[in-house]
Design a protein around this ligand. Structure first.
Ligand SMILES: *Cc1c(COP(=O)(O)O)cnc(C)c1O
Length: 244
């Protein structure tokens, strides 16, 4: 039997709190990753979030810029506007879509080049708060995977920090899905070390985004401050069509 999102949200929030308590860490922020889920499911989740955490802005993650644009427009007709939704781009971003992304999103978690950072900065409306940015790190050096190399973080962080329309908030990673838990734990530990080093140079960096439905508890134990959960909230994703 499928669990509808409204009851799944309470369960997920509780399990994040439990993992944080077990590891003596603060509860992480939740980003609900809604890629390929229908806007009706997102609307239900937003309504549930407002019941569970009144006054907090629900954080919704999307992988594709056009899908997010369409969903944001459709969502506006389904749920009351306040408190607004905080939109996070968690998928890869091409420079030619940076202007649209800088307009739509509050956070871009997938910045992996100075060129992309400059394009986002140039496009961000100066009347709005700076765009919150995470540097995506290819922590297991997987061929063909997006993200900068761990050794490139200091230079990329300095480049982002110099851009006035961006706020450098921290790091994001999608470690390799090794079957052995110890290898996955090791990747989270290396991310934590990179994050601690980053904070010495950039005290405003407050976010380490790692952990998904299958490994959130492990990521929290190793210091995640933000987790990105899709399947555990929405159920299985519909098969992929045109990513847009
Ligand atoms: C899809 C996705 C998630 C969520 O994955 P689940 O396993 O469904 O929780 C998190 N982060 C990124 C970058 C994703 O693409």
């Amino acid at each position: 039997m499928e669990t509808p999102p409204h009851s799944a949200l309470a369960t997920v929030l509780q399990s994040l709190d439990n993992a944080a308590r077990a590891g003596r860490r603060p509860s992480p922020r939740l980003v609900a990753v809604a890629k390929r889920q229908p806007v009706t499911a997102v609307a239900e989740l937003v309504a549930a979030w407002r019941r569970e955490r009144p006054g907090e802005r629900p954080a919704i993650g999307e992988n594709y810029v056009q899908e997010a644009r369409d969903k944001a427009a459709a969502l506006a007709a389904l749920v009351p506007p306040e408190p607004g939704v905080e939109w996070h781009l968690v998928g890869h971003l091409q420079t030619n879509k940076a202007a649209l992304a800088a307009d739509l999103f509050d956070w871009v978690q997938s910045v992996d080049s100075a060129r992309l950072a400059r394009a986002l900065d140039a496009a961000r409306d100066p009347a709005r708060p700076p765009l919150s940015v995470l540097l995506q790190v290819n922590i297991d050096a997987e061929p063909g995977k997006h993200g900068c190399a761990p050794g490139d973080v200091p230079a990329l962080a300095a480049a982002v920090a110099a851009l006035p329309r961006l706020a450098l908030r921290g790091l994001m990673a999608i470690p390799a899905p090794f079957p052995e838990e110890e290898r996955r734990r090791d990747a989270f530990r290396r991310m934590r070390a990179l994050f601690e080093a980053l904070r010495k140079e950039h005290p405003g960096a407050d976010t380490l985004s790692m952990g998904m439905s299958d490994d959130a508890a492990l990521a929290i134990a190793e210091g995640a401050t933000m987790v990105r959960i899709g399947t555990a909230l929405f159920g299985a994703r519909p098969p992929s069509g045109d990513p847009g």
